[in-house]
Design a binder for this molecule. Sequence first.
Ligand code: NAP
Length: 327
Amino acid sequence: MKYRALGRTGWKVSEISFGAWAIGGFWGHVSDEDAMNTLHKAIDSGVNFIDTADVYGDGRSERLIARLKRERKDEIVVATKAGRRLPKQTVEGYSRQNLTTWINDSLRNLETNALDLLQLHCPPTDPYYHPEIFGMLDDLVKEGKVRYYGVSVERVEEALKATEFPKVQSVQIIFNCFRQRPAELFFQQAKQKEVGILARVPLASGMLSGKLKPDSTFPDDDHRKFNRHGEMFDMGETFSGVDYKVGLEAVEEIRRLLPPGASMSQFALRWVLMFDAVSCAIPGGKRPEQVADNCRASDLAPLSAETMAAIERIYDEKIRSQVHQRW
Ligand SMILES: NC(=O)c1ccc[n+]([C@@H]2O[C@H](COP(=O)([O-])OP(=O)(O)OC[C@H]3O[C@@H](n4cnc5c(N)ncnc54)[C@H](OP(=O)(O)O)[C@@H]3O)[C@@H](O)[C@H]2O)c1
């Protein structure tokens, strides 16, 4: 496993880290035993950074991570998120009282006195035009409840706007072979301002692992069944917003580029790591084998210029029109 700097925090995070949404909920049933084995495998594989949120399984994901920290001596940095408990996303919802309540809940779930990294959880665009919200985050840092803060965003424009706030350490954004726009302008600005980037949904919700078929089915409580058109949350979070059939066609074209010995997941993650502005990819996982597979991406040789150009061609021909100007 290789490690990269995250913003100006001084942390060196594993370039393949772990996304703990699926072990919380909305991805079909995952037992506590599978979740714990998966988390332990991540640490055994060199992962030292975990992304979670207060709403993943209504605190379940955070509580499992607290248990992991009790069971391991290793240094583990935990990034959590707040904001999605609001019944309706408004600027007023990001009040001092709400932020404090959410953060206190996360502190309790994570069994800690200070959150390592707190991220606003995909607020709409308007809060970015209310600097007082970021001022409240500064106050929470001063109070010692939060060490550092960042944001998780849906849109590139929100990512760019977030970098204007000097204490924002990280931006989490969807970045994968099917979502290439962040690399255009945002990565340049993030590097210049030393803002860390967490590349989320790096496997396009598992699609880029190459295992899904046109007739694959998903449990009722899996967002890949119920959110393909944004029925519950932003449709970009499910298969990166790409139509299922078109996505599978593009995956078959990507498969032809696979270097010998690499799995499709490793290849997709290595593509993400080709961008040095990225601090880490945070693939999710429900079983230890998936995490072991994903972590090996850090050992793959860099992809050739020809391979990168071929992936860009596939994106331009099949995917770009569906996503490029939408997020
Ligand atoms: N709004 C936000 O801030 C937000 C939104 C989304 C995600 N995130 C964060 O980003 C993380 C990653 O995104 P994601 O989990 O949505 O999507 P992802 O990482 O693209 O896909 C993860 C899923 O792919 C499958 N998978 C993983 N490794 C695999 C492998 N090696 N082989 C085959 N299948 C594999 C697993 O599901 P199956 O086994 O069921 O196929 C796993 O749950 C999340 O866990 C979360 O921490 C944040």
